[in-house]
Design a protein around this ligand. Structure first.
Ligand code: 3HC
Length: 317
């Protein structure tokens, strides 16, 4: 579909608003490209939150204690809510929930690479909270200052809950790190499997990111992919050392000058392979989402029927 050609004067006025730090609201004029970029980015974020429930849901019935089960249930319930917030924020851009969910279920829309890996042991649940939610926090705290109002406001509440997610995950890891040799081995194995995919969550390197420049110019993104990845690495290495966990990177070294932890090469072939649908669990995740959607059809039909009945009653009154 050809893109609407925007009036150059309006474009200039819009960029001036962005440059002085204005927050853009749904009823404001915005370039068609700005709207489309937001729909792309926000809907993929919402998809990620909902699909992200699946790997962790795999361990609800096998949590080692009632306390851990309650924490995991609360976290997963939060993720469902995050998905709803962000779908609702995306709908303010003139796109329907049905259309967005249809793009996910058809395999057309992306969701975060990270949820296409299996959760093989209980330690994965702790490492996901620590690394995956930890990476999400680094990303989402900058998105709380994004130029689009509804997205920024959704992030404020989500970031508070993500902080709980990270803390409970890191506490689980710290507990296992002080446990039996088998528990320490289980924890290290989980870190070995989740470390590199967590770094990939921030997207390709800046030189290979087709969207970053435009998104930075419009203050949708406030930091580049590599800046956020570096911030996450600098935050996480000391946390790993504090619980005697090895980072699976023989090239890892600290640069005294830049105060950055420098890492070895990221396997971008793996990243692009996973986001093209060829990761370990892509098919399983999509099948689970399609089944959940089909199983929930009766709820959507009942809700629609009830809403129509209420509307008719109001119109008749
Ligand atoms: N997983 C899947 N696809 C990814 C990706 C990832 N981690 N990183 C990048 N991509 C895709 C992009 O979608 C784009 O493909 P497209 O044109 O088909 O959409 C392509 O790779 C190029 O990447 P860019 O870096 O140019 O794309 P962006 O500028 O959109 O940056 C992003 C990618 C950093 C993920 C950005 O979209 C973003 O910040 N999104 C909002 C945050 C988000 O989606 N987080 C999901 C994490 S999961 C989560 O938060 C749940 C929590 O509970 C753990």
């Amino acid at each position: 579909m050809s893109e609407r050609v925007d009036d150059p004067e309006k474009l200039e006025a819009f960029q001036a608003r962005i440059d002085r730090g204005d927050i853009i609201e749904p009823r404001d004029w915005m370039p068609e490209r700005y709207r489309k970029q937001l729909i792309r980015m926000m809907s993929q974020h919402a998809h990620s939150e909902v699909v992200g429930m699946l790997p962790e849901g795999n361990w609800i019935t096998r949590a080692p204690s009632l306390r851990r089960k309650l924490i995991l249930l609360a976290k997963i319930q939060d993720e469902a809510g995050h998905g709803q917030y962000i779908y609702s924020a995306t709908e303010t851009l003139g796109v329907s929930r049905d259309e967005l969910v249809g793009q996910l279920l058809s395999g057309k829309a992306k969701y975060s690479n990270i949820f296409n890996y299996p959760t093989l042991t209980w330690a994965d649940i702790g490492v996901i909270g620590w690394l995956v939610d930890g990476a999400a926090i680094v990303n989402q705290t900058q998105l709380a200052h994004t130029s689009y109002g509804p997205y920024a406001r959704a992030m404020i509440r989500i970031c508070k809950e993500e902080n709980f997610h990270k803390k409970q995950g890191y506490e689980l890891c710290a507990t296992m790190a002080k446990g039996t040799p088998e528990q320490r081995r289980m924890l290290q194995d989980a870190v070995n499997r989740w470390w590199w995919p967590s770094l990939m969550m921030f997207g390709p390197s800046d030189k290979d990111s087709p969207h970053s420049q435009e998104l930075l110019r419009w203050r949708v993104k406030r930091k580049s992919n590599d800046e956020l990845r570096q911030r996450f690495i600098n935050l996480t290495i000391p946390q790993a050392r504090a619980i005697n966990v090895e980072i699976p990177d023989p090239d890892l070294k600290y640069n005294e000058e830049t105060k950055n932890w420098e890492i070895g090469p990221i396997n971008w072939d793996e990243f692009f392979n996973v986001i093209r649908g060829n990761g370990p669990c892509n098919r399983e995740r999509l099948a689970a989402r399609r089944k959940a959607h089909a199983d929930g059809a009766w709820v959507r039909e009942a809700a629609r029927a009830y809403a129509e009945k209420r509307l008719k009653a109001r119109q008749a009154a």
